[in-house]
Ligand binder design. Structure first.
Ligand SMILES: *Cc1c(COP(=O)(O)O)cnc(C)c1O
Length: 744
């Protein structure tokens, strides 16, 4: 595992000096102890190793080599407690170096074996203390090779060996995964249900790292974490405040609890992206009005839930949200499925739930919950999630009682490698490496965004070329708050963009984002979530005269082996997660460039995307036809009406579900939908905000919901290859929509 030792010593030309000779003997000693030596002679080379090799076990540096100081700083920025030895020289290094360095080596005074032994000991201790509580305990236990008499019945994988197909499974996943798949009755590892032993230690470690009072590991996904929080906070018939842009799991929680949801509606822009719920809608007066208008009038809500950040990377000033909602609710839940890294980079200061504490919000703050899909943007296995709690005096949390709700949703046989992955995801964010890893993703995203902006400028400057047309959704100009100087995004200092939140906040009224009703600093566009814009829509104006539907571009990228996260009418979302490698995005830009050339060059659709769209048309003709239909059907304008004029709630989600399981619902086509109560959540992506929720009235034939669904259905029928992603409607064999409704 950690067996690499990096040395930055003398030039090879000096290798006949006494010092170099002695260091080679030290190195031979270390190699005998199974360490691998990586020799470098220039500061830059050594820094490249530090930046890319996480298997380092120790670093040996001589201070005289130019760049030694840079190397030591790079080590301190990335690693916690990595042993660094200074190879002694006459010179005294500056004081800060003493903080980084663990010891000195005197190659001309001590024996090579002694020096090698000292380094090896430090390296081994480092590797041992790296392991967080649960992963460490699991590894030690695995080394002991116990016989197990408990479930799972495969007993460390042995059962699989008894069958040919089982053998294939065993060989594929490997013995170690199977050996560490243990039952909760193994006492050495503690209890995931009572939060004791190494599992409890791991959760406490996570609470420290994520800034929570208590952290619970949840291995049934953040969906389950959401249901636990809501189920803890809501009793039957409680009115609760729910971000309309919420995940399905919140909807399920409302069904389980018998809640009466009162929705907080986010902004949308002309690109069809969902923005934040504006501050005015969260203020106490506005909330009171919404509750009073509800039928039956709703009482004081015990709970509110906000999605932060949004899918498209818009993140709130969470402290401001807490302040606004403090008067209305004692418990505030941030669904941070896409945002577990927020605490580890100053870019996101104040923008995550656990940033709300007695210091940032001294008076009467609500109890805060944050739930995170650790697997989505940290390095954890799928389904692994965390639930963080920070109680307040207004709504104290008795953790034993809280655990009753936790147990209602927990499995009694969680997969331990998943728990280990949560423990490791936590440790990876601890200390300097959290800022290092998140910073690296931000830097790559900034490079990509600037490359896109520069490419547009270069193409524009080339008179022989038709104008470039893809863009990245971001402020076109940024201001350095220290100097007050404003520059084009493409020309801005990359360091400024990678570190200055003010470059990314949505200034009220700015036309690049197109959202109304914002306050200064209220909302920030996360640099790592990049929306690529295709021509045809504008953040303020909405759909334009001509354009290119993003689904065609996404289909082309798919053929090139590039899978985007999400596709809208004129937008594509790509994520710069910690898994990004340098230059991975170069391929994406190249593919966009090729698409553009094919479009300008009149390439036929069937040559570019065989089997896609009507035969015979050129790419450009197909884009024109599809965009023209999108534009004429005014889907954007119709969708705006859907969210301005929310449907009337008739039944609670729980009542609706009761009808569903008792045969009290049926599926009807759109022409029978007017006047009915829907029994499904109908969501169109984008914006991904539900347009109809279970128990809501579909409204009249000329109402917003039906007008929109009819327009969308006709678009889908005309362009089946570009059909929108509509959850909650089924299609009959002719492609017509069917919606689940409550029987009359
Ligand atoms: C993905 C997601 C969830 C659910 O998380 P899982 O870990 O997939 O169960 C919850 N909320 C939001 C906003 C999500 O995007």
């Amino acid at each position: 595992m950690h067996r690499t030792i990096l040395t930055l010593i003398t030039e090879p030309s000096d290798s006949d000096t006494a010092l170099a000779g002695q260091m080679h003997r030290v190195s031979a000693g270390l190699e005998e102890l199974q360490f691998r030596m990586r020799w470098t002679h220039r500061g830059e080379d050594a820094m490249a190793v530090v930046g890319s090799d996480a298997s380092l076990a120790a670093v040996l540096v001589s201070w005289e080599v130019p760049g030694a100081d840079g190397l030591l700083r790079a080590v301190a920025e990335r690693f916690q407690r990595l042993p660094v030895f200074l190879v002694s020289s006459g010179e005294d290094p500056p004081l800060w170096v003493y903080e980084v360095v663990q010891g000195y080596l005197y190659p001309l005074e001590d024996t090579p074996d002694f020096i090698a032994g000292r380094i090896a000991h430090a390296a081994e201790r480092y590797a041992e203390q790296l392991l967080p509580p649960f992963f460490g305990a699991l590894r030690r236990l695995e080394n002991h090779h116990h016989y197990s008499w408990h479930t799972p019945a495969h007993a460390g994988g042995v059962a699989f060996l008894k069958s040919p197909v089982g053998r294939a499974f065993f060989d594929f996943f490997g013995e170690r995964l199977l050996r560490t798949d243990l039952s909760i009755s193994v006492p050495e590892l503690g209890s995931p249900l009572d939060h004791t032993g190494p599992i409890g230690d791991a959760e406490r470690n996570a609470a420290r790292v994520f800034g929570a009072d208590r952290t619970f590991f949840v291995v049934n996904g953040n969906s389950t974490a959401n249901r636990v929080v809501a189920h803890h906070a809501i009793a039957r018939d409680d009115a609760v405040l729910v971000d309309r842009n919420c995940h399905k799991s919140i909807q399920h929680a409302l069904t389980i609890t018998g809640a009466r949801p009162v929705y907080l509606v986010p902004e949308r822009n002309g690109l069809g992206l969902a923005g934040p719920v504006p501050p005015a809608a969260l203020a106490a007066g506005a909330v009171r009005e919404r509750l009073a208008a509800h039928s039956p009038p709703a009482g004081d809500p015990p709970y509110a839930v906000i999605t932060n950040s949004t899918y498209d990377g818009l993140c709130y000033d969470a402290v401001r949200v807490g302040e606004l909602l403090a008067e209305s609710v004692p418990r505030l839940h941030f669904d941070e499925a896409w945002f577990a890294y927020a605490r580890f980079n100053p870019m996101y200061a104040r923008r995550y739930g656990m940033a709300l504490d007695d210091r940032t919000l001294p008076a009467g703050r609500p109890t805060v919950f944050a739930t995170q899909s650790s697997h989505k943007l940290l390095a954890a296995l799928s389904q692994s999630a965390m639930l963080h709690v920070r109680p307040s005096e207004r709504a104290p949390v008795d953790y034993e009682r809280f655990n009753e709700t936790y147990l209602m949703h927990a499995s009694t046989s969680p997969l331990y490698p998943m728990i280990a992955s949560l423990d490791v995801a936590t440790a990876m964010m601890d200390g300097p490496s959290g800022a290092f890893l998140t910073g690296e993703a931000i830097v790559e995203a900034v490079r990509f965004r600037q490359a896109m902006a520069r490419l547009a400028e270069r193409v524009r400057a080339d008179p022989g070329r038709p104008d470039w047309f893809f863009g990245a959704w971001q402020p076109p100009r940024v201001t350095d708050p220290r100097t007050g100087r404003t520059t084009d995004f493409a020309e801005a200092d990359p360091e400024l963009l990678a570190t200055e939140p003010a470059c990314w906040t949505l200034e009220p009224g700015a036309s690049w984002h197109g959202f109304d009703g914002l306050e200064d600093g209220y909302c920030l566009l996360d640099p790592i979530k990049v929306t690529i814009t295709c021509p045809g829509a504008d953040a303020v104006e909405g759909t334009l005269e001509s354009g290119i539907p993003a689904r065609i571009v996404a289909a082309y990228l798919g053929r090139r082996g590039i899978v985007v996260e999400k596709t809208g009418d004129h937008t594509l979302l790509v994520l710069f997660s910690m898994g990004i490698t340098k230059g991975k995005w170069g391929t994406l830009i190249d593919a966009l460039f090729d698409f553009k050339n094919a479009y300008d060059g009149g390439v036929r659709l069937d040559a570019l995307l065989p089997g896609f769209g009507p035969p015979g048309a050129s790419l450009r003709e197909f884009c024109d036809a599809a965009h023209g239909t999108l534009r004429d059907s005014d889907l954007g304008g119709l969708l705006d009406r859907v969210f301005t004029d929310l449907p009337e709630p008739v039944l609670t989600p729980a009542e609706c579900h009761a009808a569903l399981i008792r045969g009290g619902t049926e599926r009807v086509p759109l022409d029978e939908l007017p006047g009915r109560v829907v029994a499904a959540t109908v969501v169109v992506t984008p914006p991904g905000i539900p347009m109809l929720m279970p128990g809501e009235a579909a409204g009249p034939a000329d109402g917003p919901a039906l007008a929109y669904l009819r327009a969308l259905e006709s678009f889908d029928l005309a362009f089946p290859d570009l059909a929108a992603d509509v959850h909650g409607v089924r299609r009959d064999p002719g492609g017509r929509y069917l919606v689940e409704v409550v029987r009359r």
